[in-house]
Ligand binder design. Structure first.
Ligand SMILES: Nc1ncnc2c1ncn2[C@@H]1O[C@H](COP(=O)(O)OS(=O)(=O)O)[C@@H](OP(=O)(O)O)[C@H]1O
Ligand SMILES: Nc1ncnc2c1ncn2[C@@H]1O[C@H](COP(=O)(O)OP(=O)(O)O)[C@@H](O)[C@H]1O
Length: 198
Protein backbone atom coordinates (compact mmCIF):
# COMPACT_ATOMS: atom_id res chain seq x y z
CA UNK A 1 0.00 0.00 0.00
CA UNK A 2 1.33 3.46 -0.92
CA UNK A 3 1.14 6.11 1.77
CA UNK A 4 0.64 9.82 1.33
CA UNK A 5 3.85 10.45 3.32
CA UNK A 6 6.74 8.49 1.77
CA UNK A 7 8.34 7.82 5.18
CA UNK A 8 5.51 5.38 6.00
CA UNK A 9 6.59 3.18 3.10
CA UNK A 10 9.86 2.71 4.99
CA UNK A 11 8.16 1.45 8.15
CA UNK A 12 9.36 -1.95 9.28
CA UNK A 13 6.76 -4.68 9.11
CA UNK A 14 5.89 -7.46 11.54
CA UNK A 15 7.69 -9.83 9.23
CA UNK A 16 10.89 -7.72 9.45
CA UNK A 17 10.69 -7.96 13.23
CA UNK A 18 9.99 -11.70 13.18
CA UNK A 19 13.04 -12.15 10.93
CA UNK A 20 15.15 -10.20 13.42
CA UNK A 21 13.96 -12.37 16.30
CA UNK A 22 13.90 -15.62 14.33
CA UNK A 23 10.42 -16.52 15.59
CA UNK A 24 6.72 -15.91 14.94
CA UNK A 25 4.57 -13.81 17.25
CA UNK A 26 1.67 -15.61 18.96
CA UNK A 27 -0.84 -14.97 21.75
CA UNK A 28 -1.18 -17.86 24.17
CA UNK A 29 -4.35 -17.03 26.09
CA UNK A 30 -4.79 -18.82 29.43
CA UNK A 31 -8.24 -18.90 30.99
CA UNK A 32 -9.22 -20.52 34.28
CA UNK A 33 -10.24 -19.92 37.86
CA UNK A 34 -8.15 -18.09 40.42
CA UNK A 35 -5.59 -20.59 41.75
CA UNK A 36 -5.99 -22.93 38.76
CA UNK A 37 -2.30 -22.51 37.86
CA UNK A 38 -2.31 -19.89 35.09
CA UNK A 39 0.64 -17.87 36.44
CA UNK A 40 2.62 -20.93 37.54
CA UNK A 41 2.36 -22.57 34.12
CA UNK A 42 3.01 -19.27 32.32
CA UNK A 43 6.25 -18.72 34.23
CA UNK A 44 7.43 -22.30 33.64
CA UNK A 45 6.56 -22.09 29.93
CA UNK A 46 8.39 -18.79 29.53
CA UNK A 47 11.56 -20.39 30.98
CA UNK A 48 11.36 -23.27 28.52
CA UNK A 49 10.87 -20.87 25.61
CA UNK A 50 13.82 -18.75 26.76
CA UNK A 51 16.00 -21.89 26.84
CA UNK A 52 15.14 -22.33 23.16
CA UNK A 53 16.09 -18.68 22.45
CA UNK A 54 12.45 -17.70 21.97
CA UNK A 55 11.40 -14.30 23.32
CA UNK A 56 8.27 -14.28 25.45
CA UNK A 57 6.27 -11.70 27.45
CA UNK A 58 3.86 -12.65 30.23
CA UNK A 59 0.87 -10.39 30.85
CA UNK A 60 -0.79 -11.09 34.20
CA UNK A 61 -2.51 -9.37 37.08
CA UNK A 62 0.83 -8.36 38.59
CA UNK A 63 1.85 -6.22 35.64
CA UNK A 64 -1.55 -5.22 34.21
CA UNK A 65 -4.07 -4.86 37.03
CA UNK A 66 -1.46 -3.02 39.13
CA UNK A 67 -0.65 -0.57 36.32
CA UNK A 68 -2.54 0.20 33.13
CA UNK A 69 -5.76 -1.31 34.58
CA UNK A 70 -5.45 -0.09 38.17
CA UNK A 71 -8.74 1.79 37.87
CA UNK A 72 -10.71 -1.41 37.17
CA UNK A 73 -12.50 -3.78 39.55
CA UNK A 74 -14.49 -6.97 39.02
CA UNK A 75 -17.91 -5.86 37.80
CA UNK A 76 -18.91 -7.34 34.43
CA UNK A 77 -18.18 -3.95 32.78
CA UNK A 78 -14.75 -3.66 34.38
CA UNK A 79 -13.80 -7.22 33.45
CA UNK A 80 -14.74 -6.46 29.84
CA UNK A 81 -12.59 -3.32 29.82
CA UNK A 82 -9.78 -5.25 31.55
CA UNK A 83 -9.76 -7.90 28.82
CA UNK A 84 -10.18 -5.35 26.00
CA UNK A 85 -7.10 -3.40 27.09
CA UNK A 86 -5.09 -6.60 27.66
CA UNK A 87 -5.97 -7.76 24.15
CA UNK A 88 -4.96 -4.40 22.64
CA UNK A 89 -1.64 -4.41 24.51
CA UNK A 90 -1.13 -8.08 23.66
CA UNK A 91 -1.68 -7.33 19.99
CA UNK A 92 1.22 -4.84 20.06
CA UNK A 93 3.53 -7.52 21.45
CA UNK A 94 2.35 -10.15 18.96
CA UNK A 95 2.78 -7.67 16.09
CA UNK A 96 6.37 -7.18 17.29
CA UNK A 97 6.94 -10.91 16.84
CA UNK A 98 6.88 -11.71 20.54
CA UNK A 99 5.31 -14.85 22.02
CA UNK A 100 2.83 -13.41 24.49
CA UNK A 101 1.16 -15.28 27.34
CA UNK A 102 -1.96 -13.70 28.86
CA UNK A 103 -2.87 -15.22 32.24
CA UNK A 104 -6.27 -13.86 33.22
CA UNK A 105 -9.46 -15.51 34.47
CA UNK A 106 -11.33 -14.06 31.44
CA UNK A 107 -14.46 -15.86 32.66
CA UNK A 108 -16.83 -15.64 29.67
CA UNK A 109 -16.85 -16.94 26.13
CA UNK A 110 -17.78 -13.50 24.78
CA UNK A 111 -14.82 -11.89 26.56
CA UNK A 112 -12.40 -14.40 25.10
CA UNK A 113 -13.99 -14.03 21.67
CA UNK A 114 -13.53 -10.27 21.90
CA UNK A 115 -9.85 -10.82 22.73
CA UNK A 116 -9.46 -13.21 19.79
CA UNK A 117 -11.12 -10.69 17.45
CA UNK A 118 -8.84 -7.86 18.59
CA UNK A 119 -5.67 -9.94 18.32
CA UNK A 120 -6.72 -11.86 15.22
CA UNK A 121 -7.89 -15.46 15.31
CA UNK A 122 -4.79 -16.80 13.50
CA UNK A 123 -2.55 -15.40 16.23
CA UNK A 124 -4.70 -16.56 19.16
CA UNK A 125 -4.41 -19.89 20.95
CA UNK A 126 -6.87 -20.53 23.80
CA UNK A 127 -5.63 -22.70 26.67
CA UNK A 128 -8.07 -23.77 29.37
CA UNK A 129 -6.47 -24.34 32.77
CA UNK A 130 -9.30 -26.61 33.82
CA UNK A 131 -8.34 -27.34 37.43
CA UNK A 132 -11.62 -27.98 39.32
CA UNK A 133 -12.82 -25.36 41.75
CA UNK A 134 -12.50 -27.79 44.67
CA UNK A 135 -8.74 -27.97 44.07
CA UNK A 136 -8.42 -24.18 43.50
CA UNK A 137 -10.28 -23.62 46.74
CA UNK A 138 -8.18 -26.18 48.59
CA UNK A 139 -5.04 -24.34 47.43
CA UNK A 140 -6.57 -20.93 48.18
CA UNK A 141 -3.21 -19.33 47.35
CA UNK A 142 -4.26 -15.82 48.35
CA UNK A 143 -6.98 -16.68 50.89
CA UNK A 144 -9.59 -15.15 48.60
CA UNK A 145 -11.94 -18.17 48.36
CA UNK A 146 -12.32 -18.18 52.16
CA UNK A 147 -13.12 -14.47 52.08
CA UNK A 148 -15.54 -14.92 49.18
CA UNK A 149 -17.36 -17.75 51.03
CA UNK A 150 -17.76 -15.43 54.02
CA UNK A 151 -19.16 -12.76 51.71
CA UNK A 152 -16.21 -10.45 52.31
CA UNK A 153 -15.45 -10.33 48.56
CA UNK A 154 -18.33 -9.79 46.15
CA UNK A 155 -18.53 -11.14 42.57
CA UNK A 156 -15.80 -13.71 43.15
CA UNK A 157 -15.40 -15.95 40.11
CA UNK A 158 -16.60 -19.50 40.76
CA UNK A 159 -18.25 -18.54 44.05
CA UNK A 160 -20.50 -15.54 43.40
CA UNK A 161 -19.70 -14.73 39.77
CA UNK A 162 -19.85 -17.09 36.78
CA UNK A 163 -17.09 -18.93 34.96
CA UNK A 164 -17.91 -20.35 31.51
CA UNK A 165 -15.60 -23.13 30.36
CA UNK A 166 -14.28 -22.52 26.84
CA UNK A 167 -16.13 -24.41 24.12
CA UNK A 168 -13.18 -25.36 21.88
CA UNK A 169 -9.88 -24.71 23.64
CA UNK A 170 -6.73 -25.72 21.78
CA UNK A 171 -5.67 -27.50 24.98
CA UNK A 172 -7.13 -28.21 28.45
CA UNK A 173 -4.74 -28.65 31.35
CA UNK A 174 -6.04 -29.87 34.70
CA UNK A 175 -3.23 -29.11 37.14
CA UNK A 176 -4.79 -31.35 39.80
CA UNK A 177 -3.80 -34.25 37.51
CA UNK A 178 -0.79 -32.93 35.59
CA UNK A 179 2.55 -31.86 37.01
CA UNK A 180 3.89 -28.45 35.97
CA UNK A 181 6.40 -30.24 33.71
CA UNK A 182 3.65 -32.29 32.04
CA UNK A 183 1.54 -29.20 31.37
CA UNK A 184 4.52 -27.33 29.92
CA UNK A 185 5.42 -30.36 27.80
CA UNK A 186 1.94 -30.40 26.24
CA UNK A 187 2.09 -26.66 25.64
CA UNK A 188 5.48 -26.87 23.93
CA UNK A 189 4.20 -29.60 21.61
CA UNK A 190 1.36 -27.33 20.54
CA UNK A 191 3.23 -24.06 20.39
CA UNK A 192 6.73 -24.76 19.06
CA UNK A 193 5.54 -25.54 15.51
CA UNK A 194 3.59 -22.25 15.48
CA UNK A 195 6.41 -19.99 16.68
CA UNK A 196 9.45 -21.61 15.11
CA UNK A 197 10.70 -19.99 11.90
CA UNK A 198 11.92 -22.36 9.20
N1 LIG B 1 -14.10 -10.71 42.63
C1 LIG B 1 -13.01 -11.31 42.13
N2 LIG B 1 -13.16 -12.31 41.24
C2 LIG B 1 -12.06 -12.91 40.74
N3 LIG B 1 -10.77 -12.56 41.06
C3 LIG B 1 -10.60 -11.56 41.96
C4 LIG B 1 -11.70 -10.89 42.52
N4 LIG B 1 -11.23 -9.96 43.39
C5 LIG B 1 -9.89 -10.03 43.35
N5 LIG B 1 -9.50 -10.99 42.48
C6 LIG B 1 -8.07 -11.29 42.16
O1 LIG B 1 -7.85 -10.86 40.84
C7 LIG B 1 -7.36 -11.94 40.03
C8 LIG B 1 -8.16 -12.03 38.72
O2 LIG B 1 -7.96 -10.94 37.90
P1 LIG B 1 -8.22 -11.07 36.33
O3 LIG B 1 -7.78 -9.79 35.72
O4 LIG B 1 -7.55 -12.31 35.84
O5 LIG B 1 -9.80 -11.27 36.26
S1 LIG B 1 -10.76 -11.09 35.00
O6 LIG B 1 -10.13 -11.74 33.85
O7 LIG B 1 -10.97 -9.66 34.76
O8 LIG B 1 -12.02 -11.75 35.38
C9 LIG B 1 -7.60 -13.20 40.84
O9 LIG B 1 -6.59 -14.09 40.87
P2 LIG B 1 -5.67 -14.89 39.96
O10 LIG B 1 -6.47 -15.58 38.91
O11 LIG B 1 -5.10 -15.78 40.98
O12 LIG B 1 -4.66 -13.93 39.40
C10 LIG B 1 -7.72 -12.73 42.27
O13 LIG B 1 -6.45 -12.75 42.88
N1 LIG C 1 0.59 -29.26 38.90
C1 LIG C 1 0.52 -27.96 39.19
N2 LIG C 1 0.50 -27.04 38.19
C2 LIG C 1 0.38 -25.72 38.48
N3 LIG C 1 0.29 -25.20 39.74
C3 LIG C 1 0.30 -26.08 40.77
C4 LIG C 1 0.41 -27.48 40.54
N4 LIG C 1 0.37 -28.12 41.74
C5 LIG C 1 0.27 -27.17 42.69
N5 LIG C 1 0.23 -25.93 42.11
C6 LIG C 1 0.14 -24.69 42.88
O1 LIG C 1 -1.13 -24.08 42.60
C7 LIG C 1 -1.03 -22.67 42.73
C8 LIG C 1 -1.56 -22.02 41.47
O2 LIG C 1 -1.55 -20.64 41.65
P1 LIG C 1 -1.37 -19.61 40.45
O3 LIG C 1 -0.37 -20.11 39.46
O4 LIG C 1 -1.14 -18.26 41.07
O5 LIG C 1 -2.83 -19.68 39.78
P2 LIG C 1 -3.62 -18.57 38.96
O6 LIG C 1 -2.58 -17.71 38.26
O7 LIG C 1 -4.48 -19.35 38.03
O8 LIG C 1 -4.40 -17.81 39.98
C9 LIG C 1 0.44 -22.36 42.99
O9 LIG C 1 0.64 -22.17 44.38
C10 LIG C 1 1.15 -23.62 42.51
O10 LIG C 1 2.37 -23.85 43.19
Amino acid sequence: MEHIYPIFDKMLTRSDKENLLGQHGLMIWFTGLSGSGKSTIAIALERELQKRHLLCRILDGDNIRSGINNNLGFSAEDRTENIRRIAEVGKLFVDTGIITIAAFISPNNDLREMAADIIGKDDFVEIYISTPIEECERRDVKGLYAKARKGEIKNFTGVSAPFEAPLHPALSLDTSKLSIEESVGRLLELILPKVTKI
